[in-house]
Design a protein around this ligand. Structure first.
Ligand SMILES: [Zn+2]
Ligand SMILES: [Zn+2]
Length: 343
């Protein structure tokens, strides 16, 4: 009955480029909140002054940002490049997500431009979090169902702050996935799932049953099928990046409204697409779900600047499209700080 995951996919999504969006950057935090922040984070100030590795850049300290979706060794990117990338985006703390005990590789031919994207395993994420405390936090994950639970538990015991990203071809309400949800309940960590129709985490239309069955587990939705279904008129589930007008009340919108334990991860091309396809809709969506949405990047570039980096574009879009500064701060920082108890 072993249903080993053979179809190795990319950790995030296809490396296709969306058009450059959102050039307007938000205003800065007030001096009052800067003082308050600095007072509470003497370590960060000390770290910056002494140039301790992993300490965030000082110019971002007034306005911290948590990236809930990054990867170790992504596309061969070194830890130093990842640190540079995160700082360039203005990120002060990041969660590095494994997919399992195997480093993940794309089959030849389907790789994003520049080679074969790979991402680090549980151990790689654990090591990076241990080496750079408070700058990186690790997830724990496994593709290898039905034997996923022991591997995940091993890394939860080592301090992983989330189970994910979960990216296997399994039914979302299967017994083996429920084992993972029970583990999340025992260790009191959220579960981050990559929803991709026909490929990973199947049966989004039935997921409300799991949200009801595990009310103490916080679930985070990510990827194409999650974001395509903000639209109530989303008819073609094979369309991964639908464009144009969004009719409010889609499946994702309802799950976020109806279940206090459902959250959304804005990372990747799917998140950026949702932010930019219908700006009038998304302003209201961001307001409606301001306590549920969190910034993630999920990009493999080494640059981290607005022209080259998906994460930087997502941050700029959140800043431009949030109706208030308060909403922006929740999405870029406060919601993740509260949910993961980090930052
Ligand atoms: Zn993903
Ligand atoms: Zn990037």
């Amino acid at each position: 009955m072993r249903t080993q995951q053979k179809n190795k996919g990319q950790v995030c999504e296809a490396g296709e480029q969306l058009s450059s969006m959102g050039k307007t950057w938000g205003d800065h935090e007030t001096m009052t909140s800067r003082r308050k922040f600095l007072a509470g984070t003497g370590l960060l100030v000390l770290g910056a002054a002494l140039k301790i590795k992993g300490a965030p850049a000082t110019d971002h300290a007034s306005s911290p940002v948590i990236d809930i979706h990054q990867h170790a060794d992504y596309n061969g990117r070194s830890v130093e490049s990842l640190l540079h990338h995160q700082r360039a985006m203005g990120v002060t703390a990041s969660i590095v997500l494994p997919v399992g005990r195997q480093a993940l590789a794309l089959p030849p031919g389907s790789a994003a431009k520049g080679g074969r994207p790979i991402a680090g395993d549980n151990d790689a994420c654990y090591r990076i979090a241990k080496e750079y405390p408070k700058t990186f936090y690790a997830g724990a994950s496994e593709l290898d169902f039905p034997d996923a639970a022991p591997e995940i538990e091993k890394y939860l015991k080592l301090g992983a702050v989330v189970i994910g990203e979960l990216k296997a071809k399994v039914e979302c309400d299967s017994a083996e996935m429920q084992q993972v949800y029970q583990l999340a309940q025992s260790y009191d960590v959220p579960v981050l799932m990559h929803w991709q129709h026909g490929e990973f985490n199947l049966g989004l239309e039935r997921f409300h049953k799991m949200l009801e069955k595990y009310p103490r587990v916080n679930f985070i939705g990510h990827a194409q099928t999650w974001w395509a279904n903000i639209d109530n008129e989303n008819k073609d589930q094979t369309e991964m990046y639908p464009k144009g007008k969004v009719f409010a009340g889609g499946l994702t919108d309802r799950l976020l409204s109806d279940y206090p334990n459902m959250y959304g991860d804005l990372s990747s091309n799917s998140g950026l697409n949702a932010l930019t396809r219908d700006e009038e809709h998304i302003r209201q969506f961001l307001t409606r779900h301001q306590d549920k949405l969190m910034f993630g990047s999920d990009c493999a570039d080494t640059d981290g600047s607005i022209d080259a980096c998906l994460g930087a574009k997502i941050i700029a879009s959140v800043r431009r499209l949030s109706a208030t500064k308060k909403i922006e701060r929740k999405v870029l920082y406060e919601n993740a700080k509260k949910l993961f108890r980090i930052g």
